[in-house]
Design a protein around this ligand. Structure first.
Ligand code: 1CP
Length: 359
């Protein structure tokens, strides 16, 4: 897909901040900004049938991507999809049980299960995702940039091995420690799949990509480098660096990864996502001008009053301080019980309070 097919970008604050170039105010978006906290999302979801039906329906996936932009003055849109599309395309049979989250019919447990896995072919097996990317770009009509995304190999592996969400990752960690060669084989197939998948999203129109390493923080200090970071670095190296003459920024988000920021910055990523346990001022001092930083309010702040939310926004903006290179966000996804008006109060505070840091 050539960029000339799409309308020129009207709001490039997010892209400038990612490259640490001057902006008029701090750009903002929110992880999981389309989803269950929005009544209009729940209505569309009802219409679609199952969650995967919604992901596979180009028109409806486009509709829910746009919903948060109609409510809030956001500076980026994120593709409506899920990280588990890759294991689904590998034949594991993804399904959702009400109140229990994602499950797989055929989890990956034995060496033979792993040996049978093939690198996904996005063009053949995941064209519904790239079709949605292109449709959303047309629908956005240059309003804001579109973020594509994938899970990290380690995070995808946890779901594939456990067969569901997990608290302790017992099976995945047992494999990691007892059968490291099997784990490396699985992570390797996943890394190559993610490279194919994200490059296909970029060619279809994604202007930025984010890698969600949601469970990287569950790993031990040396295991993180060997089993998560190493594969994310391979992905960053394997991604298209430029599309139609424009750089393609990559955001790396390891939840619980605050102590590994220097190593994450060394992967060649453009920006790092921070969760709320990290002080963004210290993070900035540590990574210097290597990467931009995205984050990092505790998502639970949205359960507090609008006045309290505004205070937290002020603290976060002040902690990052003067100059570009900050993308305002939560430290993890917005939760379903949040009142959308509270998210509105947060974005209003960012719009009002951030220009002073960009003189
Ligand atoms: O019933 C429903 O409507 C399903 C709920 C839902 C939604 C709205 C799921 C199932 N996925 C999504 C969308 C989704 N997932 C997006 C959409 C774009 C956006 O608005 O941000 C994105 C980026 C994701 C990514 C995702 N899925 C992650 C990584 C980010 C994170 O929050 O940590 C993970 C871990 C998943 C797995 C997953 N899919 C769905 C759920 C409920 C979960 C989490 C399960 C768990 O906690 O283990």
């Amino acid at each position: 897909m050539s960029e000339s097919q799409f309308a020129p970008l009207k709001n490039d604050r997010f892209l400038h901040a990612l490259q640490r170039q001057p902006v008029d105010r701090t750009p903002m978006w929110m992880m999981r900004q389309a989803g269950r906290y929005l009544p209009e999302y729940r209505a569309t979801r009802e219409k679609a049938g199952s969650f995967m039906d919604l992901c596979r329906n180009t028109e409806l996936a486009c509709e829910v991507t746009m919903q948060p932009l109609e409510r809030f003055p956001l500076d980026a849109a994120i593709l409506f999809s899920d990280i588990l599309t890759i294991p689904d395309a590998m034949g594991l049979g993804l399904y959702f049980v009400q109140g229990e989250g994602p499950k797989f019919k055929k989890p990956v447990r034995t060496s033979a299960d792993i040996a049978a896995l093939e690198v996904v072919n996005t063009a053949r097996d995941l064209s519904y995702v790239t079709d949605a990317v292109t449709a959303i770009r047309h629908e956005l009509n240059g309003r804001v940039p579109l973020i594509g995304f994938s899970g990290s190999p380690w995070t995808l592996a946890t779901y594939m091995i456990e067969g569901a969400s997990s608290r302790d990752f017992a099976r995945a960690k047992e494999m990691l420690y007892n059968r490291p060669e099997d784990m490396h084989q699985l992570l390797s197939v996943l890394a190559d799949s993610v490279i194919d998948y994200l490059n296909a999203q970029i060619r279809a129109g994604a202007q930025v990509v984010q890698i969600f390493d949601t469970w990287g923080g569950a790993l031990g200090h040396s295991a993180y480098r060997e089993f998560s970071l190493q594969y994310m670095e391979r992905i960053v190296q394997g991604l298209i660096k430029e599309h139609d003459g424009r750089p393609v920024p990559v955001i790396l988000f390891t939840k619980g990864g605050g102590q590994w920021l220097e190593a994450m910055a060394d992967t060649g990523a453009t920006a790092l996502g921070l969760d709320w346990t990290t002080d963004i001022a210290q993070a900035r001092a540590r990574v210097g001008d290597k990467v931009a930083l995205q984050g990092n309010l505790d998502p639970a702040i949205l359960l507090a009053s609008p006045e309290r939310i505004r205070q937290e926004v002020a603290t976060c903006l002040a902690a990052f301080g003067q100059g570009s290179g900050h993308i305002f966000n939560l430290g993890h996804g917005v939760t379903p019980q949040v009142d959308p008006a509270h998210a509105g109060a947060m974005f209003e505070a960012v719009a009002e309070l951030s220009p002073q840091y960009h003189p």
